[in-house]
Ligand binder design. Structure first.
Ligand code: MN
Length: 728
């Protein structure tokens, strides 16, 4: 019989042992199909290629995976290395098998380079997330295990590369899935390639004391077995040297020689039930002196990967310390096979495992989380089943972890807010994609940026998925809300001018503006306004400069601006508000708002005692207040007023806008106000020629902020050239 067939029958025997229910004719058909597909391909060691998938299938059957997994293991290299397609497999062996093979193929394509620990963790998570079905990962681990076992004929450089990848990726994954036995073997195989000399030192050292060690194991084993049997406890006891890599870590991590590594020996006692575990612990402590603090109860507190056992370290009669692990048979299964033990256990009882049950197991795994590190990992494990995360690559191979449904914009902001703000395009897997492109696991994403980029658009907020991007875009708008800042700034500037009794015409004469921009190094008046609006520079400071420029320019036009009193500088005293206005010293007096300047809450205001019509409220920058005749007897009629904290009123005021006439512009302005819920009471247009129209809009607003927002919105309507408040 040929060697390959012999290996196949060995696989059958493993399956029969572990899964009596498996349809062997299906396994045989899969094997024949795979062997045929791989044809004359050979492995580096000179054997027929099919021996590799066969060996992977053996491992998969040994760790106890189901029939579909065994078939998928046999076919796992078909899509990648032969003419066989996903469809072929689906047609012949069903959707499940095809999906698993497809998953393994995709994982094999993930490029790996050694990274810092944080990146490695992301890469591990990504592998699991990509796998979707945990069986894919398990088959991938089996694949890697067999490749590591047969690396002898592979080129030295490749050996080290694969060994490092195994050490950093697959062993930790096996560990997290609780597959201790596989993890140890992967580590031991890897370290042999990574540090052959260091390993040889250990194996040579162990060889020297082999005979001695064997008799030590024998003595302790017999002693424990006899004592436990005497108490009627059925048990299996065996001793072993700890695995190579754990000794290696102790020696090189703690800088010791082999003879200094004390806990080289471990004994395992397996019993039938949990009560016996604790009984055994008692007897062991009776027989040997326990090392204080070395006892760990992983039965009461299972490890995140479901590992359960009692651990204790004791001093043997020869003065040698050794560890004893005590567990039940069921715990033993879980310790050896981890997540895979689930299939083994269930299938033994016959029948296929339903999906919900599979997930229930994972859920239990999740619920038993204790450390956050493992929680993160299992979150990723959960993710592949419930898909709420996506893992993509930067062009230099770093893994970026985003919420599922993320777009290149999310990616860009994850890299840096400046990358997001200056983004001009995205390339995924070498192709230009639209901004709303949904990223998939394993995508390589590249972002184009430009210093001339306009910054984020409001539409982006509807596309993005991550809160990180959302926050950064919002931050940007807050900072870059230029239009609103310009209007705010312009209002303060103009108010300050009135205050100083400077006319707008004087202040904005070409000569003054040129000088001003030159000295303040702003590019335009709007830039200056924006800076005032944003608080970058004070209106007072700018107006002082303007004042100086005007003075030097037209010395003759020097003006005196000294009001008889400065009521606005003192705070208005409290009195009962009327229409939201408090009047100094007067309760319940008649209040009306001056039509000339239509103040709204938030505006600095001043009152004028009218003859017979109560107090009329003006803005402090109202022309009628700023320019009243200080020598007249009216001086005493100005009175301090203030705003009470109330927003129950709707205040009428006017907005003026200069627009370049176009079709629909009035509707656009109205609809902008409408979305802000600003009430429009009248809308007047006046054609001033040259295609320009002067618009006056009477609106009702809550306060100055609402008004400024409304003005900014109007300013953003295409065709609007200027927006200001009516000031009589
Ligand atoms: Mn393979």
């Amino acid at each position: 019989m040929d060697a390959v067939l012999e290996q196949y029958y060995h696989l059958e025997s493993i399956i029969l042992e572990n899964h009596p229910g498996v349809d062997m004719s299906r396994i045989r058909a899969t094997f024949d199909f795979a062997r045929n597909a791989h044809g004359t391909q050979m492995r580096k060691d000179g054997t027929e290629f099919i021996t590799h998938p066969l060996a992977a299938a053996e491992i998969v059957a040994e760790i106890g995976l189901d029939e579909d997994s065994i078939c998928a293991a046999l076919l796992h290299d078909c899509i990648e290395d032969t003419d066989v397609t996903f469809e072929d497999i689906k047609k012949k062996f069903g959707q499940d098998v095809a999906d698993i093979v497809d998953g393994v193929t995709k994982l094999s394509r993930v490029t790996y380079t050694s990274k810092e620990e944080e990146q490695m963790e992301n890469l591990r998570k990504m592998l699991i997330a990509m796998a979707k079905d945990i069986r894919v990962i398990l088959i991938k681990i089996a694949d890697r295990l067999h490749n590591m076992r047969t690396m002898e004929y592979v080129a030295a450089e490749k050996q080290r590369e694969k060994a490092l990848e195994t050490m950093e990726m697959y062993a930790p994954i096996a560990h997290r899935l609780g597959m201790q036995k596989v993890k140890w073997e992967l580590e031991d195989l890897s370290i042999k390639y990574l540090d052959p000399i260091g390993c040889k030192e250990i194996t040579d050292g162990l060889k020297l004391r082999h005979v001695e060690d064997e008799s030590f194991f024998q003595r302790v084993q017999t002693k424990i077995t006899e004592r436990l049997s005497a108490h009627g406890i059925e048990c299996a006891v065996n001793g072993r040297i700890k695995h190579l890599y754990s000794i290696y870590r102790k020696m090189y991590g703690e800088n010791k020689v082999l003879s200094e590594v004390l806990d080289l020996y471990a004994f395992r006692v397996i019993v039938n039930d949990i009560v016996d575990c604790y009984n055994v612990l008692g007897y062991i402590h009776e027989m040997y002196r326990p090392i204080p603090g070395a006892f760990k109860d992983y039965i009461g507190n299972p490890k995140p990967n479901m590992y359960q056992s009692l651990h204790t370290t004791v001093i043997g009669n020869e003065g040698l310390p050794f560890e004893v692990q005590i567990r039940t048979w069921e715990m033993h299964q879980t310790a050896e096979y981890g997540i895979a033990a689930h299939w083994k256990y269930k299938e033994g009882k016959g029948g296929k495992v339903a999906d919900e049950e599979k997930f229930a197991w994972v859920r239990r795994l999740l619920e038993s989380q204790q450390d956050s590190d493992a929680q993160d990992f299992l979150h990723a494990l959960k993710v592949d089943m419930f898909a709420d995360e996506v893992f993509v690559f930067t062009p230099n191979g770093d893994v970026v972890n985003l919420p599922a449904g993320s777009t290149p914009i999310d990616f860009a902001y994850n890299i840096h807010s400046e990358v997001g703000n200056r983004m001009t395009g995205a390339i995924v897997n070498g192709r230009i994609v639209p901004y709303n492109h949904i990223l998939k696991n394993g995508d390589i994403v590249k972002i184009h940026t430009s210093n001339a980029a306009k910054g984020p658009s409001r539409d982006w907020l509807d596309i993005i998925r991550s809160s990180e991007a959302r926050n950064k875009i919002r931050q940007w708008f807050k900072k870059e809300k230029r239009e609103e800042n310009v209007i705010h700034g312009k209002l303060s500037f103009e108010a300050e001018l009135r205050h100083e009794n400077i006319s707008l015409t004087d202040a904005l004469s070409e000569e003054v503006v040129t000088k001003l921009l030159l000295r303040t190094s702003f590019h335009s008046l709007d830039d200056l306004y924006a800076a005032i609006g944003y608080g970058g520079v004070s209106a007072k400071k700018i107006v002082n400069r303007v004042k100086d420029f005007i003075k030097t320019a037209e010395k003759t036009k020097k003006k005196e601006a000294l009001p008889a009193q400065n009521p606005e500088k003192k705070e208005a005293p409290k009195s009962k508000p009327v229409l939201g206005v408090t009047v100094e010293g007067l309760d319940n007096c008649l209040v009306k708002f001056a039509k000339c300047c239509s103040p709204v809450p938030g505006d600095p205001v001043i009152g004028f005692i009218t003859k017979g019509f109560g107090v009329s409220v003006h803005r402090q920058d109202c022309v009628n207040y700023v320019k009243y005749d200080k020598s007249s007897e009216d001086v005493g009629r100005w009175i301090r007023v203030g705003w009470a904290n109330t927003d129950e009123h709707n205040y009428m005021t006017s907005i003026q806008a200069l627009i370049r006439d176009r079709k629909g512009i009035v509707v656009d302005i109205a609809s902008v106000l409408n979305t802000l819920n600003v009430r429009i009471s009248s809308f007047n247009t006046r054609d001033i020629g040259d295609g320009k129209v002067f618009v006056t809009i009477d609106v009702g607003v809550k306060d100055r902020d609402e008004l400024v927002l409304a003005m900014a919105k109007i300013m953003s309507v295409p065709g609007v050239m200027d927006v200001r408040r009516a000031d009589g």
